[in-house]
Design a protein around this ligand. Structure first.
Ligand SMILES: O=C(O)c1cc(=O)[nH]c(=O)n1[C@@H]1O[C@H](COP(=O)(O)O)[C@@H](O)[C@H]1O
Length: 238
């Protein structure tokens, strides 16, 4: 799918994750996000298990450390054949450039294409108060997100993770070829949970989002494949 609806496979064990995933026919070729919970539990074997089922992997480990450590970690991630991976933009230019270098080198060592490197801007659970008081960053959330998008682009990243609320501003500031992949997606009837900056799939599509990340509205639905297909339909109908 050119603009994917990425399913956040947030489960505590490989068994639970694969039991859930096996409801989705291989022919759907979904993209699933493996985050820290599942990766800490199941390691690279879960990445391979998902790929062996014909699905694509977004490995979301949100690296944030000194440049040398991030470069070395990304070199390993680059060897796993994943489609996307993440780093925190707040680590700064030198760390982001090191992340890109490691990822490209790791992929090249296996003859693989480099995964798309996405920088986390402000998490979708962050609101104005958290930004100004906890993080001591002045200005609006949108200003901070656009700043991080510009930094990420200058540092060699392929895109950012942000709320769909900020995608249009990012595209007008740094260009529409820079990916804005957006979690915090909630169908109109769903609860927000711990998300602060949410949008519906339809609104995210209209805003120019390059891909949705959706977890609980699919993983906790009584009929997950139907919930997924309904979101895909809303999203791609725009
Ligand atoms: O990097 C992410 O994927 C991410 C960034 C962000 O700003 N907000 C955010 O919710 N996410 C992830 O997107 C998924 C959202 O899950 P739900 O809130 O259940 O739809 C989770 O796996 C989060 O870790």
């Amino acid at each position: 799918m050119k603009r994917p609806v990425i399913i956040a496979l947030d489960f505590p064990t490989a068994e639970q994750a694969l039991t859930f995933l096996d409801q989705f026919p291989a022919a759907l070729h979904v993209t699933v996000k493996i985050g820290m919970e599942l990766f800490y539990a199941a390691g690279p074997a879960i990445v391979k298990a998902v790929q062996d089922r014909g699905h694509a992997v977004f490995l979301d480990l949100k690296l944030h450390d000194i440049p040398n450590t991030v470069e070395a970690g990304m070199r390993v991630i680059g060897q796993l054949g994943v489609t996307y991976t993440t780093v925190h933009a707040a680590g700064g230019h030198v760390m982001l450039a090191a992340a890109k270098r490691g990822l490209v080198a790791g992929a090249a060592s296996q003859g693989l294409p480099a995964p798309k490197l996405l920088a986390i801007t402000q998490l979708t659970s962050t609101n104005q108060t958290i930004l100004n008081e906890d993080q001591q960053i002045a200005g609006t959330v949108q200003q901070s997100v656009v700043h991080y998008a510009d930094l990420a682009k200058r540092s060699g990243c392929d895109g950012v993770i942000c709320s769909a609320q900020e995608v249009a501003a990012i595209h007008s500031a740094v260009g529409s070829d820079f990916l804005g992949i957006t979690p915090g997606i909630r169908p109109a009837s769903a609860q927000a949970d711990d998300q602060q900056r949410v949008m519906t799939p339809v609104a995210a599509a209209k805003a120019g989002s390059n891909g949705l990340v959706v977890g609980r509205p699919i993983t906790r639905a009584s009929a997950p494949v139907n919930a997924y297909q309904q979101i895909v339909q809303e999203w791609s109908g725009q």
